[in-house]
Design a protein around this ligand. Structure first.
Ligand code: TXA
Ligand code: MG
Length: 346
């Protein structure tokens, strides 16, 4: 199968392209979709056979459930029950946007989507073309990130094609993703809402609406053997380049000095813009200015992906603090490192 690229750069042709993409979904085949966070690997979320194809194409473990993408909050009630008032408040405030809510599911959501759980993750992505495609298809779209399992999530159509060319029917090229890390996942089925994955919507924004939010341990620490995270996907090594990664956390200057001491041939460095010059002679990739967390989020996956062509044998990474979008960026770096972290003070 040759994967077709449906380009939507031309606004005049857009209606036709939306129809073409919706037809792919309705026929039970797989479609790459742009979202504001990362590209997704979409299928008709009510069609068990189509959803199974997602797992095959990605090489995804069978116990890792998928998120349903819907075009607006009025669809929540179709697939979820016992919806708490907080869900409506959050949807009103943050949708379309990078927030996935875990809610009790209705019977019409296939087991293939939820992997047998009695909950389902639902989100409304902030991308006009994808919203139009979902509406035109008339079904919720089940979509994990569009990478092969274990690889960094794709933030542009080219990166998704690197992983999925020949495995899926088509990909909609909607340009680069504006956020760059996946959605924030919030479990609203517990008595206190629980953050399962930090993402494009900062924890502080959720706290401003909800008050207390519990943070799952899997967000910041490795799981002990046999421990089950609430979001099954959090237990897998992820986002990992081929070379082992060590995250160095603490003040920027201290982490930069630490990494400098460990330099050698074929060492890769992920750093903030301001520290680039300290590492001349190495394979250096900057994730953006130390103070610009939005830029760090946009770049982190591309930087991890780029190291695979560079032949480095080990990678050291400076790490943002855990506030704002920094919590999500730090989580992705630590997961890429298999939680191999050197903690330095400020
Ligand atoms: O931004 C995003 O969320 C992207 C775009 C494409 O929307 N999607 C995405 O999907 O990141 P994926 O499959 O790569 O990550 C979904 C995470 C996994 O860790 C999965 O275990 C968790 O969500 N998840 C899905 N359904 C769940 C449920 N019912 N309960 C707990 N965790 C769930
Ligand atoms: Mg993923």
């Amino acid at each position: 199968m040759k994967t077709r690229v449906i380009s939507i750069q031309n606004p005049v042709r857009q209606a036709e392209e939306v129809k073409e993409a919706a037809a792919v979904l309705r026929s039970g085949r797989l479609l790459g979709i742009p979202t504001e966070t990362v590209y997704g690997l979409g299928a008709n979320g009510l069609d068990t056979a189509a959803v199974r194809r997602i797992f095959e194409a990605k090489g995804r473990p069978q116990d890792n459930p998928l998120i349903l993408h819907i075009p607006d909050a009025s669809w929540l009630d179709r697939y979820c029950r016992s919806i708490p008032p907080e869900a409506a408040a959050l949807a009103e405030r943050f949708w379309p946007g990078p927030l996935t809510m875990i809610l009790r599911r209705r019977e019409n959501v296939p087991n293939a989507v939820t992997c047998g759980l009695d909950t389902v993750g639902v989100r409304c992505p902030d991308h006009p073309v994808t919203l139009a495609i979902i509406r035109a298809s008339g079904v919720p779209v089940a979509a994990p990130s569009g990478n092969l399992s274990g690889r960094p999530s794709p933030t542009c159509a080219r990166h998704m094609l690197e992983d999925m060319d020949g495995r899926i029917e088509a990909i909609v090229d909607g340009g680069p993703c504006g956020v760059g890390v996946e959605s924030t996942i919030l479990d609203l089925t517990a008595s206190v809402p629980r953050l399962l994955r930090p993402g494009g919507l900062p924890l502080e924004s959720l706290e401003a609406v909800l008050g207390e939010v519990a943070v799952d341990r899997a967000v910041t620490a490795p799981l002990s053997a046999g421990e089950k995270p609430k979001a099954p996907g959090m237990k897998y090594r992820h986002y990992a380049p081929k070379a082992p990664v060590t995250v160095v956390s603490g003040g920027c200057l201290r982490s930069a000095r630490y990494i400098r001491k460990n330099l050698g041939p074929q060492i890769g460095v992920i750093c903030f813009d301001e520290y680039r010059d300290l590492f001349s002679g190495c394979v250096v990739r900057s994730i953006g200015p130390a103070s610009d967390q939005a830029e760090q989020a946009r770049r982190v996956f591309d930087v991890l992906r780029a190291f695979d062509e560079s032949g480095v044998t080990a990678i050291y990474a400076q790490c943002p603090s855990g506030t704002g979008l920094g919590l999500a960026v730090a989580n992705r770096l630590k997961k890429a490192a298999g939680f191999q972290v050197v903690e330095l003070g400020e």
